[in-house]
Design a protein around this ligand. Structure first.
Ligand SMILES: C[S@@+](CC[C@H](N)C(=O)[O-])C[C@H]1O[C@@H](n2cnc3c(N)ncnc32)[C@H](O)[C@@H]1O
Length: 308
């Protein structure tokens, strides 16, 4: 009962309450909720980081260095997406959230599946994930896990597929998926707010696309996953999008977590994009303090057949 209440509180905070809270308060509330004695889930199991993990080098550190901002400024996923994914699976024993970050998808999977295993190569990211009794967080590369063979009903990769070594990862998917199990990978990129701010966002996109898309990972996202390899039997899914109501500070905080923006700033300094952020601030404040922001989700859904 207490656990269920706790799950509900976390979901409400994530889905509704936290949208209108300022980031420091959001963090405080999250800490408060997870610190209720007796309600903590399985402790974080963190095996020794192996050489394989180190080989991921820069990618891994890239997320480790901004896990705090990441946990504060990422939008929450739509609940109906997880309802849909759980319903298409014949059984709901186990789900794997791969590249889990701060457990953004694991939190929702835990409502539908008996067990959720959430893996990531960044200890810093996992350390900020919510604790639930049926989620086990494991520090592990996507390409090589300790997950038993043919044990997973649904594999979810939320905003992370483009960072993986895809050939190796897909071999791991085939190994761990139950026969005819499902794999769902999605990304999101350009949100819509209103005509004026959307135009400024397009200007930002133009700059970052021109200067920082030499990373194939970023290009896959800019292409809305239309070009990323996905060698599974395609399943036609409904369209889903995320909607969050945010202040301007929250939105700019979010923009600053974009890998392409971070890459641009690290190469060219922050001044150029700061001008655009100031422009957005002026455009934002002319209207309401909080705006509804919508991100379409680019979803790839497939079924894992044994010959794949
Ligand atoms: C953009 S974040 C997405 C986090 C979360 N799934 C979400 O929906 O917001 C990408 C995550 O993938 C992780 N990652 C990158 N390469 C990885 C790999 N090879 N194996 C496992 N995780 C990886 C990063 O550490 C990071 O936490």
């Amino acid at each position: 009962m207490a656990i269920k209440l706790y799950q509900e509180v976390v979901l409400i905070l994530e889905k509704q309450g936290l949208d209108w809270l300022d980031p420091p308060l959001k963090h405080y509330l999250k800490d408060w909720v997870v610190s209720i004695p007796g309600l903590l889930a399985t402790p974080l199991k963190i095996p020794t980081v192996t050489d394989t993990d180190h080989a991921l080098g820069e990618k891994m550190n890239f997320f480790a260095n901004y896990s705090n901002e990441y946990s504060q400024f990422r939008p929450t996923y739509p609940e109906d997406l997880f309802d849909y994914l759980a319903k298409i699976c014949p059984t709901q024993d186990s789900a794997w959230d791969c590249g889990s970050g701060n457990g953004q998808a694991a939190l929702y999977l835990a409502k539908h599946f008996q067990n959720v295993i959430a893996t990531d190569t960044s200890q810093e990211q996992l350390a900020l994930a919510p604790y639930l009794p049926n989620i086990q967080y494991v520090l592990s590369p996507a390409e090589e896990t300790v997950i038993p063979d043919k044990s997973i009903d649904l594999i979810v990769i939320a905003q992370a597929l483009h960072w993986f070594d895809l050939d190796k990862f897909y071999m791991e998917v085939v190994r761990v998926a139950k026969p005819k199990g499902f794999i769902a990978g999605w990304c999101y990129f350009m949100p819509t707010i209103n005509e004026e701010i959307d135009c400024t966002l397009e200007e930002i996109k133009k700059i970052i696309c021109e200067y920082s898309t030499n990373l194939i990972q970023i290009k896959y996202v800019h292409d809305q996953y239309k070009t990323i390899p996905f060698p599974f039997k395609g399943v036609c899914a409904p369209k889903f999008s995320m909607t969050n109501k945010w202040s301007c500070d929250q939105f700019i905080g979010h923009l600053k977590t974009w890998p392409s923006i971070r890459k641009f700033n690290s190469e060219f300094g922050e001044a150029t994009l700061n001008n655009y952020f100031e422009k957005i601030t002026l455009q934002w404040d002319r209207l309401e303090k909080y705006h509804l922001i919508q991100w379409p989700l680019n979803l790839l859904l497939g079924q894992v057949l044994s010959e794949e």
